[in-house]
Design a protein around this ligand. Structure first.
Ligand code: PCA
Length: 197
């Protein structure tokens, strides 16, 4: 059976003029005989950020869920290891809301670990000389929130979906001094997903 991979991204937020995770899908190469790739754009919203993804996971769970987000201050792919039960940011979401010192789920677990095979992915990226690092924090803003909510939902619903979060660096379209164009980022992500198929 062909595997289903769902990749999520976000639109522009904060002061950034674009978000590579909104458009990079067009540059990810894959063989549709081996796996199906679907994309879903999630709102940058504390209140509604997870609802679309929750509906998708409830009705049509993929084999693999890769959540992408922009980490504007990083220069390479970050393999996120852990989502924590905390929201704390000065930055508004796209609705204008700020949340600080607040748990995502009052009585929830402190954290969830990514269930993607990160070591396998790291090995593949290394073999292709693609720079990356392991990250122990996806921040305390929307990306961490979606990461936490998705892993909690998958665990509670006993889904077989492997899921994790990948932060991507800004691309040249966003920051002229950036290392990568959106097309090159698409190439790096095409390599990253190979071990998941
Ligand atoms: N990055 C933000 C939210 C949307 C995005 O692409 C984050 O790291 O939380």
């Amino acid at each position: 059976m062909t595997k289903k991979i769902l990749i999520t991204g976000f639109p522009t937020f904060h002061t950034h003029k674009s978000n590579p995770t909104e458009s990079v899908f067009e540059y990810i190469n894959f063989d549709p005989k081996i796996f199906n790739l679907e994309k879903l754009i999630l709102p940058v919203s504390f209140e509604n950020g997870f609802s679309l993804l929750k509906t998708k996971l409830s009705h049509d769970p993929p084999d693999v869920l890769i959540m992408l987000g922009l980490a504007a201050s990083r220069s390479e792919i970050s393999l996120e290891r852990v989502a924590i039960n905390l929201l704390h940011c000065d930055r508004k979401d796209n609705i204008g809301k700020v949340i600080q010192n607040t748990k995502i789920r009052v009585d929830g677990k402190a954290a969830f670990f990514s269930t993607l095979p990160l070591e396998k992915i790291a090995h593949k990226l290394t073999s292709k000389n693609i720079p990356f690092h392991f990250s122990n924090t996806a921040g305390t803003y929307i990306c961490n929130m979606i990461f936490y909510q998705a892993l909690e939902f998958i665990e509670q619903s006993k889904l077989n979906t492997l899921a994790g979060f990948i932060h991507v660096p800004p691309t040249k379209e966003l920051l002229p001094t950036a290392r990568l164009s959106i097309k090159e980022l698409g190439h790096e992500l095409s390599i990253l997903i190979q071990p998941l198929t």
